[in-house]
Design a protein around this ligand. Structure first.
Ligand code: ARG
Length: 469
């Protein structure tokens, strides 16, 4: 292995404390695949440009096959002294193939190497997350498709507002996750640009063919300024911003699931396999998964702040600060993937190979409807009814406020008041008011595009199903 000191310039070895403080191998070794792919693409280009020989390239390729096998089998000896994934792999390669290994780093710096590795790795994770976002949307659309006619009280200020279809409520989250997917696809284009070939900061004197490397690695283009290429972490921050919004959406949904499952609502039930018990209270079934999903949004939001703060104030070009981008980014990716997967399963059930689903979230329609009937959710419908009979809306609003006040005093819903009582508030009220005051009448009336009428909701479900097919 390498001597303790960095090079002939150094008269003493690094302190043990500094070694541990500066090393990143224990977390950045997860970049190994990207690091090998990047090195092979670089070596292939060096040979094509005549910068290294054909035999060197063959040796590097042969050595990397072995390195790959060792890492995959777990026999690779990761060394703290070698600081990071890049130096570990290069050192082992050189051990295996000699001089060719030492030629690999020609025209390259760890600065453009690490920027390339992180982008390559993140690109793969982005593609995995894009699929998980589709699964999440499908799970919600699936439950929605079975619950168009389930009616729950829609809330504003968490006070009963107007009745809505449970499907409509779930589709609101589908819209959020669809926007997340759009954002992800958009930022992927900026992740997918190649820093390699920028060397330490200024470019290099070797006749590199950066476009060739970009093609080999599937990058859409090359970074156009070497200083920016090695120091830019915007792509990580953008991804982190995307992840923050995903987790905010998940967290809001998780919060609703927790509320809906509380005995005081009782709108849904979750399968036992997604609940936990209590060590002291025998009656408990807690929605821990949803609570944790809500909780884990905090760390992802925190990582965004961490990354932004990391970059603020860094002078050009590369600084060691940038090594600190990895742990937040890795944890963000892990958290988003696990959370999307578990929430999609808990809501929509587990999807078998043949596409069938196990039971997911169970909807208690009766409890939802009972709650919708309790909070005067159809008061707006009574006002709208009077408007249709010729009363100006503001006057109708006032008439209905009186009616609700009376109903509250009687402990009855508007629909339970006798017609004669209602007519006491406004003579225009006739027998046909009954339909306006039912939950389904209220839903059917809201037939504007994007509204909660079952016809609209079914059209949205069909649109999503086609989009997600
Ligand atoms: N481990 C380093 C990182 O993650 C690699 C680049 C180090 N470059 C340097 N000149 N020290 O950023």
């Amino acid at each position: 292995t390498k001597s303790q000191a960095w090079s002939a310039l150094f008269s003493e070895p690094m302190s043990e404390l500094v070694k541990r403080y500066t090393a990143s191998v224990f977390f950045d070794k997860r970049l190994w695949q990207a690091d090998i792919d990047g090195s092979l693409a670089h070596a292939d280009m060096l040979a094509a440009q005549g910068i290294i020989g054909a035999q060197d390239l063959a040796d590097i390729q042969r050595g990397m096959v072995q390195v790959r096998a060792e890492i995959e089998s777990g026999s690779f000896d990761w060394k703290l002294e070698l600081e990071d994934v890049h130096l570990n792999i290069e050192a082992r390669l050189t051990q295996l193939v000699g001089d060719a290994g030492k030629r690999l780093h020609t025209g390259r710096s760890r600065n453009d190497q690490v920027a390339t590795d992180v982008r390559l790795w993140l690109r793969g994770e982005i593609d995995a997350i894009a699929l998980l976002l589709v699964d999440m949307q499908r799970a919600l659309v699936h439950v929605a498709s079975e619950n168009v006619d389930a009616i729950l009280p829609g809330f504003t200020h968490l006070q009963v507002a107007q009745p809505v279809s449970f499907a409509h409520h779930l589709l609101a989250y589908v819209e959020m996750f669809a926007r997340d997917a759009e954002r992800l696809a958009d930022l992927r284009r900026r992740v997918n640009r190649l820093p390699l070939g920028s060397a330490a900061l200024a470019g290099t004197s070797y006749p590199l063919d950066r476009e060739r490397v970009a093609r080999t690695l599937g990058f859409e283009g090359v970074c156009q300024n070497s200083l920016d290429a090695v120091s830019d972490r915007d792509f990580a921050i953008e991804f982190s911003g995307f992840a923050t919004l995903v987790m905010v959406h998940v967290s809001r949904l998780a919060e609703e699931i927790v509320i809906w499952m509380s005995q005081n609502f009782g709108f849904i039930n979750l399968s036992d396999r997604y609940c936990t018990g209590s060590s002291i209270m025998p009656q408990k079934r807690n929605p821990d998964v949803a609570e944790l999903a809500r909780g884990k949004s905090g760390r992802v939001v925190g990582h965004l702040m961490g990354l932004i703060t990391l970059m603020k104030g860094q002078p050009l070009a590369y600084n060691k600060d940038n090594q600190e981008d990895k742990e937040p980014l890795f944890d963000t990716v892990d958290t988003v993937k696990d959370t999307l997967r578990i929430m999609a399963e808990m809501i929509g059930g587990e999807v078998a190979a043949d596409g069938t689903r196990s039971a997911g979230l169970q909807v208690r329609r009766d409890a939802m409807e009972r709650a919708a009937l309790r909070g005067y959710a159809t008061a707006t419908d009574l006002a709208d009814y009077l408007v249709k009979k010729g009363l100006p809306f503001r006057d109708a609003h006032e008439v209905v406020a009186h009616a609700v006040k009376t109903a509250i005093g009687l402990g009855q819903d508007l629909s339970e008041l006798p017609l004669s009582t209602l007519q006491g508030f406004d003579a225009r009220i006739e027998a046909d008011v009954a339909e306006a005051l039912t939950l389904s009448g209220s839903l059917n009336a809201r037939n504007t595009l994007g509204g909660t009428a079952p016809a609209q909701v079914r059209a949205q479900i069909a649109r999503h199903q086609a989009r997600l097919a």
